[in-house]
Write a protein that binds this ligand. Structure first.
Ligand code: FAD
Length: 321
């Protein structure tokens, strides 16, 4: 929930010369009555058992012909070495378009620059530029590291210019994170909006949201962002809820509390199967509300679970073609 954040404000930095009427670029990606834009988040394998299951997952997701897949980057999966290896595997075995998550926390600026070039080498044509999470007690990143996602956008833009030969067929897709329920460190919702506007000015093509538990958090966020001058698509990141414990864990990692209504509904289950069913129905309800409001795209946090991803998509009427 967005808590005490103000929800109506025209940002001082909103562009004044937009050729569009506000309602022409609201809401999000327009649903043109064709198909729902679809993308999936994948996590690089953390061990050989995970790795053995990957081909089935990749092929299963590819059957939906997603617009792109994004590959996370974290310490647990060997930072960008893990991201690069999975992207290489995707690029060499499928025609999926992979986007690499790139976090400032993954290494000093000079190392990140090398990784960007290496990722372009293995076939990446897009990045999700992130700051990454600080460690408990940490207030900023060490010297030599880029402090914010906006600095990373600048670095990617610089490399993109220098690599124009290899990108002759087009530009890198630049995406960023955004937060319908506010970023955990943010003092005020307006600040989040200003950061998102700065990302847009630096060339972000679209933003993917953090998970959220209430459809209205997303829809109100989009409305306020549009009023503030954000024109890029704000693609809802959907997390399938498979249990209360998992929802709490994911909420914790994102600095969010599971709302009482969700907690009560899941806690009423008398078996793990019933809990799964209630959670998935909540996730489907949230997704249907968002799609019914005219949102044209979904980004599913798959957690590398093909069965759960298929189940969610089936519940909202998205079948494999
Ligand atoms: P920023 O946009 O840099 O913002 C970080 C904080 O600093 C915010 O509070 C912001 O308001 C503030 N801020 C930003 N710019 C400035 C400025 N110039 N001056 C002052 N304050 C500023 N993390 C990973 O480690 N690996 C992943 O693969 C990963 N994938 C993600 C995918 C999605 C879709 C999302 C939503 C998040 C993901 N994250 C991932 C988590 C993300 O790294 C964290 O949420 C992180 O805390 C913030 O990242 P950011 O890119 O939004 O940071």
């Amino acid at each position: 929930m967005r808590g005490n954040f103000a929800s109506t404000r025209l940002s001082a930095s909103a562009p004044l010369d937009s050729p569009f009427e506000v309602d022409q670029y609201s809401p999000v990606v327009k649903h043109h009555g064709t198909r729902t834009a679809l993308s999936f988040e994948l996590i690089p394998p953390r061990n050989s058992t995970d790795s053995a299951k990957l081909d089935e997952l990749i092929q299963g997701l590819a059957a939906y012909h997603p617009d792109y897949v994004s590959v996370t980057s974290s310490m647990r999966s060997d930072w960008l070495a893990g991201t690069t290896a999975l992207i290489e595997r995707i690029a060499s075995t499928t025609d999926l378009r992979p986007i690499a998550h790139l976090a400032c926390t993954a290494g000093p600026k000079v190392e990140l620059e090398g990784w960007i070039r290496q990722l372009i080498d293995v076939g990446v044509r897009g990045f999700l530029a992130l700051r990454g999470d600080l460690q408990p007690g940490q207030t900023s990143l060490p010297e030599g590291y880029l402090p914010y996602a906006t600095d990373l956008l600048n670095l990617i833009n610089k490399v993109q210019e220098e690599e124009a030969f290899r990108l002759a067929a087009g530009k890198l897709a630049l995406s960023v994170a955004c937060y319908p329920s506010g970023h955990a460190e943010s003092k005020h919702f307006d600040h989040d909006l200003d950061v998102l506007l700065a990302k847009q000015r630096l060339g972000a093509d679209f933003a993917i949201t953090q998970l959220f538990f209430d459809a209205s958090d997303y829809l109100e966020f989009v409305e306020v962002a549009r009023l503030a001058g954000v024109r890029i698509p704000l693609i809802p990141g959907i997390m399938p809820i498979t249990s209360l414990a998992r929802a709490k864990r994911m909420g914790e990692l994102s600095g969010l509390q599971v709302p009482e209504t969700v907690e009560k509904r899941l806690a009423s289950a008398t078996s793990p199967e019933e809990e799964y069913e209630l959670g998935m129905e909540l996730s489907a309800e949230l997704t249907r509300t968002i799609l019914d409001a005219g949102t044209g795209g979904l980004h599913v946090y798959t957690h590398n679970n093909l069965a759960v991803t298929r189940d969610l998509l089936g519940r909202v009427g998205i079948q494999q073609p």
